[in-house]
Ligand binder design. Sequence first.
Ligand SMILES: NC(=O)c1ccc[n+]([C@@H]2O[C@H](COP(=O)([O-])OP(=O)(O)OC[C@H]3O[C@@H](n4cnc5c(N)ncnc54)[C@H](O)[C@@H]3O)[C@@H](O)[C@H]2O)c1
Length: 389
Amino acid sequence: MKILILGGDGYLGWPTAMYLAEKGNEIFIVDNFIKKKIESEFGIKPLFPTKTLQERVKIWNSQTKNKIKFEIGDLLNYRFLNGVMEQFKPNCIIHYAEQPSAPYSMANRERAVFTQYNNVVGNLNLLFSIKKNCPEVHLIKLGTLGEYGTPNIDIEEGWIKINHNGRSDRLLFPKKPGSFYHLSKVHDSANIEFACRIWNLRCTDLNQGVVYGITTEEINKDFENFCTSFHYDGIFGTIINRFIAQLVCKKDLTVYGKGTQKRGFLNIMDTLKCVEIATLNPPKLGEFRVFNQFTEFSSLNELANLVISSGEEIGYHAKKINIVNPRIEMEEHYYNPKNTSLLSLGLKPLKLSKKEIIKNIKFVEKYKSNLNEDLFKPAIKWDLNEKSI
Ligand SMILES: NC(=O)c1ccc[n+]([C@@H]2O[C@H](COP(=O)([O-])OP(=O)(O)OC[C@H]3O[C@@H](n4cnc5c(N)ncnc54)[C@H](O)[C@@H]3O)[C@@H](O)[C@H]2O)c1
């Protein structure tokens, strides 16, 4: 397949590019390095250095026969996007190229506007470019499980059948997201569903949980040259990464609020498998298909306890403390999201185990001197102060 990976310099995009190239697909990456710009705006760095995209691609192409091509550019630039589509003529597009930080989107008006402009307009440009250049392409779009929020009913995979006043219909599942970032994904989903309905496009929207993990088979071949980013900070960091980083620094694991909030998550290797499963099983033309892409869910307290007990096996004695929640979110809630679609297409999930956590702790230990404890603090509060408005 000819697969265009938008956002191919990112945490997930780069490992996906290598994984799918290794399977014999022709890979073309696009990225505008906006994530790197946001990192420098906040003075944050991933735990260990990654090579530039140019260096990684050059080394990869010198070592394998499954070459990767790339072009630097912005999805907001419609002319650039059309040029890529005309030149490459993809059969499949994996769209990761969005601003993915909920805290960033809640920092102030400018960053909320940037997040929605970048994500929603970039995605709209893509839909128009698909319609113009390759209307039969399979679009695989990364959404998030956070689009649904925490409703007091079971969460279906994107759609729900509703009976109302004696009539029934199949409608998009109602969404109650918790940040302007998550809202951008909701708007994307609505725009894509509309484009599938009116233009007969086809899309798989992957409502993904939080991804953890540092390595994949391809990264393991040459970690120094092929590694992807590991963030533990308050902007791009994810909770498991931060807990592990705090443990390694012998600090308390800080849990936001009561810690009874539940979140879905999955291993980075399962992200690659899920995306591959989607590429191999395209929906029909006109179909907007949604998969909930997570393999398990837990409360924040359960995750902290798992990191603490894993650490105990190798000599750490950490404890968790509950701090004031910087987010405005429901802390005690019902949570039952469905995830049967990817399982029925053959996904065999990796489970988050003590062994996996210990493996990650040992990785972080190697780069302990790079850890900046200031970055453990929540960077942004959801209730804006005067200045940020
Ligand atoms: N990592 C997770 O845990 C997770 C969970 C759920 C959903 N997602 C979604 O998956 C996707 C990838 O996540 P990630 O963690 O790899 O994020 P990332 O920030 O590491 O990667 C996104 C990449 O897209 C690029 N990009 C952003 N806007 C662009 C634009 N307008 N034009 C060109 N390139 C642009 C960035 O420079 C970056 O390299 C995102 O859409 C994110 O919302 C990620």
